[in-house]
Design a protein around this ligand. Sequence first.
Ligand code: 13P
Ligand code: SF4
Length: 350
Amino acid sequence: SDPGLVARAEAAKAALGDRVFVLGHHYQRDEVIRFADVTGDSFKLAREAAARPDAEFIVFCGVHFMAESADILTGDHQRVVLPDLAAGCSMADMAVLGQVETAWDLFTDLGIADSVVPVTYMNSSADIKGFVGRNSGVVCTSSNAKRALTWAFERGEKVFFLPDQHLGRNTAVLEMGFDLDDCVLYDPHKPHGGLTPEQLRDAKMILWRGHCSVHGRFTLDSVREVRERVPGVNVLVHPECRHDVVRAADQVGSTEYIIKALEAAPAGSAWAVGTELNLVRRLALAHPDKQIMFLDRTVCYCSTMNRIDLPHLVWALEELVAGRVPNQITVDPDTAHHARAALDQMLALP
Ligand code: 13P
Ligand code: SF4
């Protein structure tokens, strides 16, 4: 990366000192992640944001829903900055509050709403988290989805899982012993979600029809192909991958889990990793004694994560030095109050 920009980022960070805390998600570019005070998966970053009451500014190198969650979890005196406002998440955009309320109205009309506990993946807007909090549900991430579902099934007969159908299905079926038939897919673009009243009454998991466009690119053929090409390879994937891919893999886990699994792996072992490319490339470089490769040979960055680049980070930091707060992410107080209940519930999971 441009040495001039690196020097400017260093100078701006030094000028701000403890007033700024930079969080970096594992999918960020190398040029950005090197300036993060802490790196992590979505769960770890939410906890880190909440644990920094002294930092005036939290610069979130990640995507919009993560910055919103940080704003909800931090104090009123703290300001959260997203270096590029266009860093969204296509999965989070697949669930809009009005659509979710329409689904809930349908459950109410069918007389099942009282037995449904809503659970939303962290990868959702603050509006959706607020809806879940208002209806006594919980947020989860890819590292605690099983615990969140266990908690929810202690409180209701059904779970309404938003917005990632794959994380919901993979957790319920592969980790909790549900049948595929226990899950139905609610399509917000179809009347009644494309489901009959009987299907909704019988289902245990009502999955929102959302997915990650990055992880959706890995297929069962990618797994078969790498197993043929690299005998003995271990296939390690993120739970946002499709069900058949996760079923065919050897291990599944969040980005933090993937990092720890590869750190612990013996020298000489071979790993095909099904997650975002910035992370896989970094891991391959960090462990030259292991053969670490991308699960599919089609290049697969998360385009919105990649929007946070060094020029945007330098701009954001220099604005803060100049006394301005650029791209501040704020959640309205009512939404934040209810979303916080659902996030706190997640942080309190056993
Ligand atoms: P985790 O870092 O929680 O595994 O999430 C991955 C992801 O897709 C974030 O957008
Ligand atoms: Fe969203 Fe997928 Fe990118 Fe994560 S990797 S931010 S889920 S689009």
